[in-house]
Design a protein around this ligand. Sequence first.
Ligand SMILES: [Zn+2]
Ligand SMILES: [Zn+2]
Length: 206
Amino acid sequence: MTWPNPARSVALNRLDLRSPLVLDTRELGRRPGASEVVSRSVPAPADLGIEVIRVPAGSDVELRLLLESVVEGVLVSGDLDVAAVGECARCLEPLERELRMDLQELYAYPGHGDEDTRTVVDDGLIDLEPALRDAVVLALPLAPLCRPDCPGLCSVCGMQLADDPDHTHEQVDARWAALAALQENDRTTDGRTIGDRTSTTENEEN
Ligand SMILES: [Zn+2]
Ligand SMILES: [Zn+2]
């Protein structure tokens, strides 16, 4: 299921209140000190997250925000909850994380604020999506683990070490066997070169 994202597609023109991430600040009436609580569940936009862990598109994002009118614009602050899914960075098993993160963003009126401030557009609407993306990406772990002490995968066969912590491999034995075979060859060569058959035989028996 994909959600339309009118806010983004028309960002250069006007925000669309039909987008769940576009908030209406007109009730605040540009009166500094006025505030409004916004508590709602919105569908996550597409591509929210990073490669190893992300918030599925359309899943619930629970917003608890305070919109405050300040002289230069509208200050949005609060927190949000998401359920992220991903893979353990060590064992690659699927994992799910409930995450709560803070969000704070100043939306300035046109003509106020810095170059990089996301402005309140002309009709009093604000687009929460860029601030939401920043908050989520900052809060997501870069290397999520299924559990803190996940032992990961066996570097030889790739199996889950958690399933068999004592698991060992023939490979070590195979290397010793190869070394032993080399030594055996050396001894044979030495024996022929030196011609000391007695000592060679003693070595082989040891
Ligand atoms: Zn793991
Ligand atoms: Zn193994």
